[in-house]
Write a protein that binds this ligand. Structure first.
Ligand code: AVJ
Length: 327
């Protein structure tokens, strides 16, 4: 599968170049320097992330795919048991390969639902709007391009049916634990009693296994990170030389935080529009967190946010969990 379409019929994008520029300058003038990983996902980043998902060392996709293919009926029955007609909302849908397993089962079993994928990538949303009706005949789909909560509110304005919100692939890991907790609380506040969450969480495991997923031997993760510098060059008129930056990933088994950085290989000055950003040799940009959880923390997060844990589905290695929570 590849994102090649450029046609659009999505609800308008809310990510402007001005916001991107402001966030980049703010991040790179902070101490320590940082960039927001949500900006990884332009058309190039989407493609590199797809490569990464096909890479042996990047296990989360394979684990969640195993869960969705081996326990499709159990998961879908739990969703359907919550009530008749519903909106199936997916936060950060990406290419929807994993959710397609569930969508297909729901359509085959005549469940009455509309699929509302939400994604920060405009490229992803136009791709899904065009391709899913072909691969899944009979699907009702409304793609929403933008930030999670903006689009969730939009979804609530479109329909007042029961909501089932999927937040898969350990997307929740892109937030530190306390932020994730607040995010789940806000999610709960945007939902009503009887609504559901299906959340995919990457679990703590052998630290070497985790680290290898974020420091793969082919260097795909490296390219994925460097692409954000290239995106800044392309869209904001930056002059980063990506050969002057190195990818560095760390995993702390105590906290479960896997973090990645780009390290400057020289003293250098970067121009972005009218701004000049100075780097010292060995100075880093903090790029991303991919938080891993102990299984006990997953129910705690649900309860802390005001949800009731209903179900947990594991892959055979117990490296990943998809949990259902009810509001
Ligand atoms: C899309 C946020 C789930 O953190 O595992 C993969 C992104 N970054 N490799 C993750 C990512 C580097 C991914 N998520």
């Amino acid at each position: 599968m590849a994102f090649t379409t450029t046609a659009t019929q999505q609800t308008s994008s809310v990510l402007t170049d001005e916001q991107f520029y402001k966030d980049v300058i703010k991040g790179l003038t902070s101490t320590p320097k940082r960039l927001d990983s949500k900006y990884f996902y332009d058309a190039h980043g989407d493609k590199i992330f797809q490569e990464l998902m096909g890479c042996e060392e990047y296990y989360p996709t394979n684990c969640e795919m195993e869960i969705f293919t081996s326990q499709t009926a159990e998961i879908c029955k739990a969703i359907i048991a919550g009530g008749d007609a519903f909106d199936l909302i997916e936060l950060g849908a990406g290419d929807a390969t994993k959710s397609t397993q569930l969508l297909k089962y729901l359509i085959d079993n005549k469940a009455d639902f509309t699929y509302l994928p939400i994604d920060i990538s405009e490229n992803v949303i136009s791709y899904l709007n065009i391709t899913l009706p072909v691969t899944l005949p009979g699907i009702k789909i409304t793609g929403l391009n933008g930030e999670y909560f903006d689009m969730l509110k939009k979804a609530a304005a479109i329909s007042d049916r029961r909501k089932v919100v999927m937040f898969l692939g350990s997307n929740v890991g892109n937030m530190p634990v306390d932020v994730a907790q607040g995010f789940c609380r806000e999610l709960r506040n945007n939902l009503s009693e009887g609504d559901m969450i299906l959340i995919g969480v990457d679990l703590k495991k052998n630290p070497k296994t985790v680290l290898a997923a974020y420091n793969d031997s082919e260097g795909i993760t490296r390219r994925f990170n460097l692409n954000l510098l290239e995106r800044i060059n392309r869209e904001l008129g930056g002059d980063f030389n990506t050969r002057q930056f190195d990818h560095y990933a760390t995993y702390n088994p105590e906290t479960g935080a896997c973090k990645s950085y780009l390290v400057s290989l020289a003293d250098q000055k970067i121009k972005i529009g009218d701004e000049t950003i100075s780097f010292k040799k060995d100075e880093y940009i903090y790029m991303e967190i991919s938080q891993k959880y102990a299984i006990e923390q997953v129910d705690d997060m649900a309860v802390g946010a005001g949800f009731k844990p209903l179900n947990q589905f594991f892959d055979s290695k117990k490296w990943f969990v998809d949990a259902i929570w009810t509001a």
